[in-house]
Design a protein around this ligand. Structure first.
Ligand SMILES: Nc1ncnc2c1ncn2[C@@H]1O[C@H](COP(=O)(O)OP(=O)(O)O)[C@@H](O)[C@H]1O
Ligand SMILES: N[C@@H](CC(=O)OP(=O)(O)O)C(=O)O
Length: 804
């Protein structure tokens, strides 16, 4: 004999019930001996609960009840539900008059769902010529008096079931109501929500079934609830112990007690999908899993109580009193956490019992309030418990760290001493994100990094395309999924939770949404996006003012914009402190030398205690080109400059390069990497634009370039032999002090020196340190250009992704 159980969604009108009937018929035709256990159909139990609430609040339930009836009858008007409908109506009317209901009444009402379901399947099978027998488990499963969560009395129930099946089996298929039973007074009880599979496993036990098949609407048991974690994976096989832990910790797919009756008789349980014929499902047997299984389960509707008081410290018997008080009120505690300080005891109970639990504790500890041993019993509503089944504390830091990085701080956590299990209590609003973060971390499947990109000029646009082009390869090789969920310019904002595609530019132009940092933050919250990175590719000072807000809302920062690092030192410090407080990072490798690994090298040298004594170099690709060419060729300064302008190497107004401010800013950024507290004013800058050409617009300046020739020709000719001109930034002085000496100057260097040998538009940086003496570390290469800068920004994003 096999016991076959069908869940609510499987029995829903349409495809569900039709498939269920096909499955049953097929088994009968194959001469399999089966007993069928059914849940209420579709959402019947929830709907009955809603009707009950409506009635108790004296709301009109007539139209909802009509809809309910129509759903039950559906196309099966040959089945007579008049008795059930009458019962339901009578109960609801009574509740409406009283304005309240008891657990006993609720059980009577909810039981109608399973009764109608079993009756319907029986009648249809009979109509199709099969021998089917409606089996009401209120006559078979005897339970205690705990309405809503009744415990079956095994000996008596078993006797009844065996007797019933002896009488009504053979070629007849029993269609059995799940979920319901009755107490000694024959009053209807229920075994608790999701209890039909418990009924099925009890029946399987009593009948010594060879297998229990649980037909549901998912492909089996997953590493987490697939409704909440899209990347959850189906588990092929589980041991009884593992499945039992999962059931106990809230995986609604199994009632908490389903597994126990199966263990005793060694009955395999198969979870199958009614709607997916080819699927293997999950097989649960006594066989232990070699590798050990991990899975996440959730208790969603819970509340956290906290009993606080100085007098609790060291006082004996407090726990016993807590449990007694709650036990007497029939409230079970799912987690208890006790500190040894006066902060007291934390308890997790079902949300619906929270108010009663507080009352019970207040009553129990009344005298302790007077003596001030207890000063507060507080409740945090709307919490959820996530249990990582199969997790011990040795590697728990990984999911825990990932939660903190994502700004989810558990309210409480707790582990089992034997067995492997860690439970965390989180705010319900954070449940979805927390589950996905933990799941991503534990299963080391693809980590999703959610990126918002601000500014899509040459660097930003190139970056977006670089990311889109390499995302698939990175996902495969590094198991990191780069998801650009937001792109914004100063006017508009494009949002896409699952990631923008190659059409982003036109979509942004057509976007209705105005640019707004608050919208980006709100969107990330709404879609529970984890591992957030904001990328600033603007050159805007106004945008920098958003950095702290982004950090406060869980974003790490990557920026090619230099402004944040060159504003006043106060801002620089405040941002660092805020990053530290929020445990966020800010990477800006491209601020100096574009994609060259300069800032990282300096940071590592400095952190490792290596004394950096001087940094000198050609910081600007544009000015590198200008002076390399001017020094090497026999041409006027203006003709070389004109060529640079025509090739687009300069800013639209070339004076922004020639005034040296950009080099000055880069120098300041490096100085601050060494913990120097310099301000921009401290940088001595040689402005290459003569004073009389500094005013006026760019066009006029460009028309007067020849006026620069005499000065620079003279400088060139006055050099020593075999020397060339270079425009350099130089950080020197005693770099162990608060401030260094920063200078940007036009200098003449030997043509065979490292600075003298630079070619084209390359940048070069010499890092002098105590250990390297007078032979500096030299970093040289293309230090400008959209493609290399975008690569550098991309590199920062990947660096952050690895740490997440
Ligand atoms: N680890 C898990 N694996 C699969 N489903 C899970 C898991 N945890 C929770 N669930 C939930 O259990 C539901 C299936 O159980 P249930 O609704 O009782 O099905 P049925 O009514 O078909 O018996 C799924 O829709 C899913 O939301
Ligand atoms: N109808 C009941 C019992 C039930 O559906 O059990 P299962 O989830 O095992 O099908 C409920 O909704 O709680």
């Amino acid at each position: 004999m096999k016991v076959v159980k069908f869940g609510g969604k499987s029995l829903a009108n349409g495809e569900g019930i039709n498939t269920v009937l096909e499955i049953i018929e097929e088994k009968i035709k194959n001469e399999e001996r089966i007993a069928v256990v059914v849940s209420a159909r579709g959402k019947t139990t929830d709907q009955l609960e809603n009707l009950l609430e409506k009635a108790s609040e004296n709301e009109d339930f007539a139209s909802a009840f009509e809809k309910f009836k129509a759903y039950q009858i559906s196309e099966y008007d040959f089945v007579d539900f008049s008795e059930e409908f009458k019962n339901i109506e009578k109960l609801l009317e009574g509740v409406r008059l009283l304005g309240d209901y008891s657990a006993k009444i609720k059980d009577q009402l909810l039981s109608q769902g399973e009764l109608m379901s079993a009756k319907l399947i029986t009648e249809i099978l009979k109509q199709r010529g099969y021998k089917a027998n409606f089996t009401d488990t209120r006559k078979l499963i005897k339970t205690d008096d705990i309405f809503g969560n009744a415990q079956p009395l095994d000996a008596l129930s078993k006797e009844n079931v065996l007797e019933h099946f002896q009488e009504f089996n053979g070629k007849t298929v029993n269609i059995v109501t799940g979920f319901i039973g009755s107490n000694a007074k024959n009053e209807t009880t229920t075994l608790g929500r999701n209890g039909s599979n418990y009924t099925a496993s009890l029946i399987a036990n009593y009948l010594d079934a060879e297998e229990l098949q649980n037909y549901t609407h998912v492909d089996g048991i997953y590493t987490a609830n697939p409704d909440l974690v899209p990347s959850a994976q189906r588990i092929d096989q589980l041991s009884y112990n593992e499945a039992n832990e999962l059931a106990n910790f809230g995986a609604t797919i199994l009632h908490a007690k389903t597994i126990i009756p199966l263990i005793e008789k060694n009955i395999p349980l198969r979870i199958l999908n009614t709607f997916n014929n080819d699927n293997q499902g999950t097989l649960i047997t006594a066989k232990p899993n070699k590798e050990g299984m991990k899975s996440l389960s959730v208790l969603e509707h819970t509340a956290l109580l906290n009993l606080e008081g100085r007098g609790l410290l060291g006082k004996s018997g407090v726990d016993a009193r807590v449990f007694r008080a709650l036990g007497d009120a029939q409230i079970s505690v799912s987690i208890i956490s006790q500190g040894s300080s006066e902060r007291g005891i934390g308890l997790v109970v079902d949300a619906e019992n929270a108010v009663r639990a507080v009352k019970a504790l207040e009553r129990e500890f009344e005298s302790d309030f007077y003596s001030k041993d207890v000063n507060k019993i507080s409740v945090v509503d709307d919490v959820s418990v996530i249990s990582i089944v199969g997790q011990d504390l040795s590697t728990f830091h990984k999911p825990y760290d990932a939660l903190i990085r994502n700004q989810i701080v558990p309210l409480l956590f707790n582990n089992t001493v034997t067995g492997k299990n860690v439970s965390l209590v989180v705010k319900k609003s954070q449940l979805n994100k927390a589950l996905n973060v933990i799941h991503g971390e534990i299963f080391e499947i693809c980590k999703k990094i959610n990126i918002a990109i601000f500014g899509h000029g040459t660097v930003g646009g190139t970056l977006i395309n670089q990311i889109l082009d390499s995302a698939a390869t990175i996902e495969e090789r590094k198991k990191v999924k780069l998801n650009i969920f937001a792109v914004s310019n100063s006017r508009k904002l494009l949002l896409h939770a699952t990631g923008i595609g190659s059409e982003w530019k036109t979509q942004l132009e057509e976007a209705q949404q105005e640019a707004s940092i608050d919208e980006v933050i709100k969107y990330a919250k709404l879609f529970h996006l984890e591992n957030l990175i904001a990328v600033d590719n603007t050159a805007s000072e106004a945008f920098v003012q958003n950095y702290n807000k982004l950090v406060d809302h869980g974003f790490d920062l990557v920026s090619s914009n230099k402004i944040a690092n060159t504003l006043g030192f106060d801002f620089y410090k405040e941002l660092r402190e805020n990053l530290e407080k929020n445990q966020k990072q800010y990477l800006y490798e491209t601020n100096v030398g574009a994609g060259l690994p300069l800032i990282d090298t300096i940071r590592i040298l400095h952190l490792s205690g290596e004394n950096i004594t001087r940094i000198r170099g050609v910081f600007s690709g544009t000015l590198s080109y200008l002076f390399n060419t001017f020094s090497a060729e026999d041409r006027t300064f203006s003709s070389v400059l004109k060529e640079a302008i025509d090739k687009g190497f300069t800013e639209p107004d070339p004076r922004e390069d020639l005034n040296g401010n950009d080099v000055g800013r880069k120098l300041l950024i490096l100085a601050r990497e060494l913990d120097l507290q310099n301000e921009f004013n401290d940088v001595k800058i040689k402005n290459l634009v003569p004073e009389d050409l500094r005013g006026g617009d760019a066009k006029t300046f460009v028309s007067r370039l020849e006026e620069l020739d005499a000065t620079y020709q003279k400088v060139k000719e006055e050099q020593k032999p075999n020397h060339v001109l270079r425009y350099i930034g130089d950080l020197s002085g005693d770099l162990q002090q608060d401030k260094g000496e920063l200078e940007v100057a036009l200098v003449s260097v030997p043509d065979d020196s490292s600075l003298g040998q630079v070619k084209g538009a390359d940048s070069i940086f010499e890092i002098y340190t105590e250990s390297y003496g007078d032979r500096p570390i030299v970093i040289q290469g293309a230090g400008a250009g959209a493609a290399v800068t975008a690569r550098g920004v991309f590199g920062d994003i990947l660096k952050l992704s690895e740490k997440k």
